[in-house]
Write a protein that binds this ligand. Structure first.
Ligand SMILES: Nc1nc2c(c(=O)[nH]1)N[C@H]1C(S)=C(S)[C@@H](COP(=O)(O)O)O[C@H]1N2
Ligand SMILES: [Mo]
Length: 203
């Protein structure tokens, strides 16, 4: 019996619906830390967030501006391309939808390039970015996000592999085409649906 078949049996025995676990993933109760480069040192006082590209008015928000928007609490399963999944993670922040209401997105916009400290980027179709579940979070499990997990602000798009959930996010650009981000230029899939196991180019 393979590792994944055995694990699946174990999850069923624990009462976990196996349909929640994408192919080739196993569950962890830990919260692994994964990123390229070093954890940035962020000064929340001088921090700002930018929305630009295909919008009528580019905007710049401070952390206080963002935290003053209506907030949501959401619980999701997350799936990392390195094969761990974590169930029922708890996030608090502002939904992407709520943010998009505050900028006039041009009709020509089809994709988003999300950017972060140290030049990290990730691309997502606008439709997935604006999906009802997507949010910009600053609390996890009832506490401020750990710096390693993206404080002061991180994106969470739970229906795509977790590399699209950009930590230390600083803004996003609306585009009329798709453009690979950091991991996508390095062989990761342009879309990254865990249930279709879209890990790498060609998957
Ligand atoms: N800014 C930034 N965000 C990032 C990354 C990164 O390298 N830089 N790595 C991504 C990857 S590959 C993963 S799996 C998740 C890991 O999030 P975690 O460390 O909170 O588990 O963050 C994603 N967000
Ligand atoms: Mo990752």
């Amino acid at each position: 019996m393979s590792f994944f078949t055995r694990k699946r049996q174990e999850y069923e025995d624990r009462g976990i619906d196996p349909a929640r676990i994408p192919p080739g993933q196993y569950l962890t109760d830990r919260f692994p830390v994964l990123h390229a480069g070093v954890t940035p040192k962020v000064d929340p006082g001088s921090w700002f967030f930018e929305v630009n590209g295909l919008v009528d008015q580019p905007v710049v928000w401070t952390l206080d501006d963002i935290k003053a928007m209506p907030t949501v609490d959401r619980v999701f399963d997350i799936h990392c391309v390195t094969k761990w999944s974590k169930l029922d993670t708890e996030w608090h922040g502002v939904s992407v939808d709520e943010m998009l209401k505050r900028v006039q997105v041009n009709d020509r916009a089809t994709h988003v390039l999300v950017f972060a400290e140290h030049g990290f980027t990730a691309n997502v179709p606008l439709e997935d970015f604006a999906a009802p579940d997507s949010l910009f979070a600053w609390r996890y499990g009832g506490e401020d996000l750990d710096v390693e997990h993206g404080w002061p602000l991180r994106l969470v798009i739970p229906h795509l592999y977790f590399w699209k959930s950009v930590k230390w996010v600083r803004g996003f650009t609306l585009l009329d085409h798709d453009e690979p981000g950091f991991w996508e230029r390095n062989g990761y899939h342009m879309y990254g649906d865990p249930f279709r196991e879209q890990r790498y180019w060609g998957d």
